[in-house]
Each structure stands twice: as structure tokens, then as C-alpha cells.
Design a protein around this ligand. Sequence first.
Ligand code: 5RP
Length: 295
Amino acid sequence: MPEEDAPVAKTYSVGIPQESEAFFLKGANHLGWGMKNRLSSIFDPGSGRTVMLAFDHGYFQGPTSGLERVDLNIVPIAPYADTLMLTRGVLRSVIPPTFTGGLVLRATGGSSILKELSDEHIAISVDDAVRLNVSAMAVQVFIGGEYESQSVHNLTRVVDMGNRHGIATLGVTAVGRDLVRDARYMRLATRICAELGATFVKTYYTEKDFETVTSSCPVPIVIAGGKKLPEAEALTLAHRAVQQGAAGVDMGRNIFQSGSPSAMIQAVRMVVHDDARPEEAFEYYQALVADTSDG
Ligand code: 5RP
């Protein structure tokens, strides 16, 4: 028999209503608890933004520069990322299961740089996504591309799969070679992804009118970094994007092809989470590089 508890006064706080906070992320207030919890592992609830480190490029282009050895090039800087964006093959074979940040899993594939890129299919079952404990699945959507309708169908099926299990869906707007990357196109592509159920959308920054892209999309937008730029320019791009309404970056080449990937991802964090000016962040980058070379 357990001992009887000594009487301890009870406090019911009658008259203090239980608070119910609005969820911090755009367009996510009416989602379920599991989905919101997963989104909180992707986006920092403090800043409302994310630094996603994208290194899924191998799924269509093989071992691209900077990703020849994910174990040596990416694993050491993974702790600086809020979220990793990757394929299940690399997740299982290289990423330590002790990584506790967000995971966004590439969920489509089927074409390579040798063929028509928009000819993709769903490349994972939701059972495996659950088994890998991912926060979101990412689907490439080729608006205006040759296989536009097939890629949109991939998105809607992954949204259905994810919704059944509380896993978010990232719609990735993929721009084919012949399409213009302007705000008009990005408004169209991001809005289609959101309307069809993507929980958040990845797109490219546009020099002009990017704030119209973020404001007309009812869910958060993160930007891809795109091709490698000098570090100061990449930090400026990230700064402009978040100041114009992006909820963060999903950056790959501008981090892993940088002269110092570790310094670069830390500088990107300053811009994204602390609203640092790009000049400040670049100075920080240079100081970190100098520290490393002093050894
Ligand atoms: C590949 C992708 C990449 O994840 C995305 O393009 C981000 O990488 P980068 O910053 O190098 O553009 O979606 O299809």
C-alpha cells in the first residue's frame, strides 16, 4: 500500500482563463498539434524564421561541388542549421541520428540533369517519412514546365499523405531553363503551391517586387540561395529577402561552396534571426575566417 499523501493545499486559479496563443507562423493557426510541433522544429519560434541548409542536389545532379563528401563537408556545420533539407539516402547513410533539428525530406525524384527535369514522381512512402521522423516533405513543382500537371499532382498527393500524419509539405517552385524568374512568375508559382495545400513554399528572390510575392502567398516563403555568389552578395540577398517578408532561407551552394561554409552559415544566421545588416554579417564572416586561419 502506498503511503497516504500529506494534505497539500490545492490551487485551482479560478478566474484566470487558460491562455490560448495564436501560432507564430503565417497561415498555420488552424493546423493540428503534431503539424505545428513539427513546424516549430523547422522555424525558430523566437524569430519566426529558419536557416535551412539544403544539400539535396545529388538527387538529380550527383556529387556536385561542395557535396562530394557530405560526411566531411556538411555534418560538421549541421549544428548551425535550424533544419536540414536532404534525401532519405543521405539521411540514413551519413547524418547522425543525434541531430535534433528539423528535417525536410526530398519526396520527389525520377529525372537527372541528363534529361527533362520536370518529369518527376513521388519517390517516398509516408511510412518511411514517419519512420525517419521528418518534419516536412518537399515536392518540386514545375509551373509552366513540360510536366507541370504531373508535378502539381505529386504535390497534392504528398499534401494528403502528410496531412494524415501531421507532416508538413514544402512546395518547391522549380524554374525551368526557359522561364523568367520575375515576381510575376513567382507570385503565380508560390500561390498555386499554397492554394493546393503546401504548408510552406520555397522560391527564388526577385530583385523587383519580391514583397508582392511574400504578401500574396498565404503561407511562409523561404528562399533558395541559387548559384554561388560572393559571400557579401549572398548575405545581401538573404537580408533583402527576410526584410521583404521571407520567413528564412533554404540555402545550399552559397553555404557549402563558400570559402568557409562554417563561417558563412553563422553569418547567414545573423541576417535571418537577428536582422543584422549584410555589412555587419559580412564583417562577422571575415572575423570567423580570420580566427580559423590563425588556428
Ligand atoms: C535542389 C533544391 C535545392 O535544395 C535548392 O535549390 C537550394 O539550394 P541552392 O541554395 O543551392 O539553390 O531544391 O533542387
